[in-house]
Design a protein. Structure first.
Length: 703
């Protein structure tokens, strides 16, 4: 094992992760897509969008961009495993469901099971407001007479406040449990906060990350010039043609631990967090929504100081990289300002943006960039940042330490590899993290000793899926059997359906697993030992050579005790001084049961028709309702000014997008900025509707 580094007491090890991003079910597929230079944003057909309830008239609008990053099986959930009734699962925001499964998987990847671990595990996560509630739950409330909804149960099932505490409750985690919301920087801020909690010993392990799922799942967006949206669904970070980003869905979590503890416990260390920082821009910028060079530069400098490294030692930065004409130059200017306090070297540090691959995942954007960088460190390669041809005219890369990496390259530098990861949120909360590789030597022990391999699942079907996954794993990526056995023994939650195998070589273990798959029978437990207690069997075990058949028989007896429900102190099976590692193994395979409230598109349409038939002004009602909900106001006067009511340029863009969505009428942002009153907007609409004789249409969005 490596010598403990000098700064180990202030560093945090990343020991596990789990994720699902557009085009990727897990981190292996995610890395494959990155290495292959794939863009996994989806572009939808009109048929797909109409199936989601999008009004056909909108699909003909040239400003409607039919693109989004989506994940598969978004409605699927293993409700039985987590103890939820089908109706409870159906009413729950998939953000809560999928993050719960992600937490289970991440802990298994790290080799830790809550029911086997005595330390405190904290949870630090964030997510989006529940659009599932708006599109699936709210329109259906009261329709089913047998469905007795209560406001509190609906709130708990859909409110983002409960993302962290639901995980802590269901997995019995007793460390700090915090839901964090800082807009686009949310999931990188969770990592910073988790590190702080670990360093102050509020927890011993921390889960950190975020989720962003939006509904309807397959839906496009309206492009408005000078907004954050891309005109064609592609994100061209730092390029001369960069004109905005495309949004998407995804989720990811990492498992963190104090480095000194991870070394002592022989964990598999993916990388080390050397330091991190979080700040806010304050008011010294052109507007609330605007980024700040100074704020970003200071948070990057703060992370470098916390890591106690110089910028010259950083050879890659995963940028925020939203591909906006304003944001990209500001980000490079801030990075340059922070880096040039340490070095005047130019174009030695590669940069990239995962948003060019998967889109902007909002609250999950930071964790997507963080996990991408972890995988880069693991594989020692830098993937291409896509769609970069010529630099933004406002960026002179030749005068900076940076260059955009445009092809898959080996990551070569003096050891160790170091990288920075940035994430900046609307409203000014900035986060930056410094990552470093940490090679860990694998201890060498005989691999031909007999070991016990315990497997458990919720039911027969789940067991069969798990065994199938293990067979594939053992054939493709065999590692030391004793490490596999150790991880299964101490790093898996014990479930009701149990199987035990005893083996001393990979080939024999594969044969036993495949035999179970075909015969659906557990391995036979030796009758001589199955009725004995653990202490007797342990005493027998100590008398036997590690490779003897008699040892195998005794271990089968111990496995039989575990199968019958006894808690086995597995660590007592190992010799004093023997080192075994927790290693990443195939994780539980969740059932793919689908739980989804049907979207009621007619709900919103019927509201419009009822208003249209009334004597009250339809246009006044619709626009004032739109403003009230957007600005969170109870009442709006007809002579109200949008910006005096608290609106800003971003909310104006959102309002005009909704306006176009409802009425199919384009009002340029600059025209609205010149006269942002409710009266004027109503007059504009009345004139346009009278001239065009259009029927009001809606795509199912709640006004």
């Amino acid at each position: 094992m490596n010598k403990l580094p000098e700064h180990a007491q202030s560093e945090v090890a990343v020991i596990g992760l789990a994720c699902q991003f557009p085009g990727a079910e897990d981190e292996a597929q995610f890395w494959h897509n990155l290495a292959e230079g794939k863009e996994t944003v989806s572009f939808f057909s009109d048929k797909e969008l109409q199936a989601q309830g999008i009004d056909p008239s909108l699909l003909k609008d040239p400003h409607y961009v039919k693109a989004k990053g989506v994940i598969d099986d978004v409605y699927c959930f293993d409700a039985e495993l987590f103890g939820y009734l089908p109706k409870e699962a159906e009413n729950m925001d998939p953000q809560q469901r999928r993050l719960l499964e992600c937490a289970w998987t991440a802990l298994e990847k790290a080799g830790y099971a809550p029911d086997q671990y005595d330390g405190l595990i904290g949870v630090f996560v964030g997510g989006n407001p529940s659009s599932y509630f708006l599109s699936h739950i709210y329109p259906n409330l009261g329709k089913d007479p047998s469905d007795h909804h209560e406001d509190l149960s609906v709130l708990l099932a859909n409110g983002p406040d409960y993302l962290a505490t639901r995980i802590s409750y269901k997995l019995n985690l007793k460390g700090p449990s915090k839901t964090i919301q800082t807009a686009c920087s949310t999931s990188l801020v969770t990592i910073h906060d988790a590190c702080q909690s670990l360093m102050t010993y509020q927890c011993d392990i921390a889960l950190a990350g975020g989720v962003a799922l939006s509904f309807p799942q397959k839906a496009g967006y309206f492009y408005t010039p000078d907004s954050i949206h891309s005109p064609d669904g592609h994100c061209r970070a730092f390029d001369s043609k960069a004109a905005g980003t495309v949004f998407g869905d995804g989720l990811g979590l990492v498992v963190l631990k104090r480095l000194e503890d991870a070394l002592a416990d022989n964990d598999t260390i993916i990388a080390v967090i050397k330091g991190s920082a979080v700040n806010n821009d304050g008011s010294n910028k052109v507007g609330y929504l605007a980024p700040s060079v100074q704020g970003q530069a200071e948070v990057i400098a703060g992370a470098l100081a916390a890591a106690d490294v110089t910028s010259e030692s950083i050879t890659y930065v995963e940028t925020h990289g939203t591909a906006t004409s304003l944001g990209d130059p500001i980000e490079i200017s801030a990075l340059t300002q922070a880096y040039q306090t340490h070095t005047q070297k130019r174009q030695y540090c590669a940069i990239g943006s995962v948003k060019t691959n998967v889109g902007h995942l909002t609250t999950a954007a930071g964790i997507a960039g963080f996990i991408k960088t972890l995988l880069m460190i693991k594989h020692k390669k830098i993937p291409a940042s896509l769609h970069f041809k010529e630099p933004n005219a406002q960026i002179d890369f030749e005068q900076t330490p940076f260059f955009v990496n445009t092809r898959l390259t080996d990551w070569k530098c003096y050891t160790p590899l170091r990288a920075g990861v940035s994430s900046f949120g609307i409203g000014g909360t900035n986060a930056h993290v410094i990552l470093e590789e940490f090679p860990l030597e694998t201890p060498s022990f005989p691999s031909n000793k007999y070991c016990v391999f315990p497997f458990s699942a919720k039911n027969d079907e789940a067991m069969a899926r798990l065994i199938k996954k293990f067979v594939i794993y053992l054939k493709d990526d065999p590692i030391r059997l004793s490490d596999i056995a150790y991880t299964l023994q101490v790093g898996r939650t014990v479930l009701p359906y149990r199987l035990v195998f005893v083996s001393s070589c990979v080939e024999d273990l594969i044969n036993q697993l495949e035999s179970f798959r075909t015969e659906k029978k557990a391995n036979k437990v030796d009758t001589l030992f199955k009725t004995q207690d653990f202490e007797f069997l342990l005493a027998e075990l100590t008398k036997l050579p590690v490779e003897s058949e008699a040892r195998k028989s005794v271990l089968e007896g111990i496995g039989g005790l575990w199968q019958r429900g006894e808690r086995i102190p597995w660590l007592r099976l190992y010799e004093v001084g023997e080192v075994n590692r927790r290693v990443p193994l195939p994780t539980y395979v969740f059932s793919k049961d689908k739980f989804c409230k049907e979207i009621s598109y007619e709900h919103s349409r019927s509201l419009l028709h009822s208003l249209h038939d009334s004597n009250f002004s339809l246009y006044q009602t619709l626009i004032s309702t739109l403003w009230r909900e957007l600005l969170r106001l109870n009442k709006i006067e007809m002579d109200a000014n949008f910006f005096e009511l608290g609106g800003d340029s971003l909310s104006a863009i959102e309002m005009l997008s909704q306006f176009r969505l409802i009425f199919n009428i384009e009002i340029p942002l600059r025209h609205f900025l010149a006269n942002p009153s409710l009266n004027q907007l109503v007059k504009t609409l009345e004139i346009a509707m009278e001239e065009r004789k259009l029927t009001v249409g809606i795509s199912g969005n709640k006004l």
